[in-house]
Design a binder for this molecule. Structure first.
Ligand code: NAP
Length: 294
């Protein structure tokens, strides 16, 4: 299977904030690339660099050895993988990789359906944000058979810097849920700390320089905090996608009999924002909710 990695023809479906950058790295590495996105205009930049635009997932599947999906919601993943024009039905003994943040149960089902059709499948969601995708520094958490992980690894290494095989099908998505649970309380803490500092009349840039290098430092404070300080609430990561993730994580936790008060509170606060029509802002816009009463 060495050819899968060196000369593999790769298909990429879902060219949004993340997929756009991730697919570009594959093209730069010299892989023939077939692409498809629901809104076709998002394929234009990659096509200009040599990718082949396809009209549906089936066309991508027919010309690819490895097919990667990075769409929005589990329902999008189902459509692209299991639909009549989907990749399972139209791929030819391919390696299928879902990098969308989606449900562990769906990841298991996709692995089973893929195996029945003669494909291998892994779930490989990511962390590291739009910056990590742009810089090929993503953390990638993988669920699936070891042999599929080994085949995928050289391709995943073109997009990520920290790639871990977490277990069987669904283990990647469970790992991503754990990641999102950590982020839920972290981003609330960042917004609270910055709201407090503003109330105390402190300079936000100086604050970040000071506490960003101490025990509070990390991606949420250093990257999202810096966006808050600049008044930049544009999406690196959509609130509506975070609500999707928190819904999956809280449902899985309930099945396990585990209470997650931090994630529950984050979902309540982000729901308030979505109800006000702010679901397409970035998650750092939660700061606006903390400042709303000031
Ligand atoms: P995004 O900008 O909305 O990208 C998703 C893309 O998939 C969109 O361009 C969308 O098309 C396309 N798409 C959706 N359904 C499709 C379908 N059925 N067929 C073809 N294309 C379809 O979102 P993103 O920020 O890149 O995130 C992608 C996934 O990664 C999400 O699951 C998200 O939770 C996860 N994630 C995001 C980040 C982040 O920081 N942004 C970090 C880690 C993980 P349209 O253009 O028509 O909408």
């Amino acid at each position: 299977m060495n050819d899968i990695t060196s000369k593999a023809r790769i298909g990429f479906i879902g060219l949004g904030i993340m997929g756009q950058h991730m697919a570009a790295h594959l093209l730069v590495a010299g892989h023939p690339l077939a692409v498809y996105n629901r809104s076709p205009d998002k394929a234009a930049a990659l096509v200009a660099k040599g990718a082949v635009a396809c009209a549906n997932p089936a066309q991508v599947a027919q010309q690819s050895d490895v097919i990667i999906t990075m769409v929005g919601y589990p329902s999008d993943v189902e459509q692209v993988w299991l639909g009549a024009e989907g990749i399972i039905a139209h791929a030819r003994h391919a390696l299928l990789i879902d990098m969308t943040t989606s449900s562990p149960a769906l990841a298991k089902r996709l692995a089973e359906e893929s195996a029945k059709a003669g494909h291998q499948a892994i779930d490989a969601p990511v962390s590291g944000g739009d910056v990590g995708a742009r810089d090929a520094k993503l953390s990638i958490m993988v669920g699936g058979e070891a042999s599929a992980f080994d085949k995928a690894l050289p391709i995943l290494q073109l997009m990520g810097a920290n790639i871990v095989h977490m277990g069987g099908a669904g283990a990647g998505q469970h790992t991503k849920m754990s990641n999102q649970i950590v982020i839920a309380s972290s981003i609330m803490g960042v917004c609270e700390g910055l709201a407090y500092a503003k109330g105390a009349g402190l300079d936000s840039a100086a604050l970040l320089q000071c506490i960003g290098g101490g025990a509070a430092g990390g991606f949420q404070l250093n990257v999202m905090g810096a966006r808050i300080a600049k008044g930049d609430f544009a999406p690196g990561f959509f609130i509506e996608h975070f609500l999707k993730d928190l819904g999956i994580a809280l449902a899985e936790a309930e099945n396990m009999g585990i209470d997650l008060p931090g994630a529950s509170l984050a979902r309540k606060l982000y729901n308030e924002m979505a109800d006000k029509g702010q679901g397409r802002l970035g998650t750092q816009a939660l700061f606006q909710l903390y400042m709303a009463g000031v």
